[in-house]
Design a protein around this ligand. Sequence first.
Ligand code: ATP
Ligand code: MG
Length: 157
Amino acid sequence: EKTDFMAYIHHIIDRFEMNAYEGIELRRELPEGQYYVWMDKDKMTQVLDNIISNAIKYSPEGGIIRIGIEKQRHQLVVSIQDEGIGISYDKVDKIFDRFYRADKARTRKLGGTGLGLAIAKELVEAHHGKIWAKSKKGKGTTVFFTLPLMNQKRRGS
Ligand code: ATP
Ligand code: MG
């Protein structure tokens, strides 16, 4: 359905903030105003729940998670940046594969199946978006995804 993505993401973040996560701060870097996307809310909630849960799961106590949105031409770019354990550059593209879990020793005790991001990728692509990540081991990870905006009037074309 047609959804104001800013109102929607505030609601998602509010819901995460109702739980305490060892002093982890969710910081909103969101534009004002209304940005409409056509989406399946339940599926988009699955995408964000997984990415934000990962950011929390792999963050240190007191870490900051920045949730940002930028408008780029006819799409929104959503970013979830953490200050967590990071992923080495040769593994970062594999995290979207089914059952892939980077650094088995450290991630084993944190649980999970390794399916979360593979599902997120399928769902983002079903919304005609793209998903990718940038990371630096020991510094943190940023997961990005795009979503096409609705009702974008084209000028000069
Ligand atoms: P599930 O989501 O199914 O509970 P999971 O979190 O292990 O399990 P994914 O969400 O698919 O699986 O993530 C795959 C792997 O990518 C993780 O096991 C972890 O190694 C790595 N990863 C994902 N997000 C982060 C992050 N924010 N920081 C560091 N590593 C991450
Ligand atoms: Mg996960």
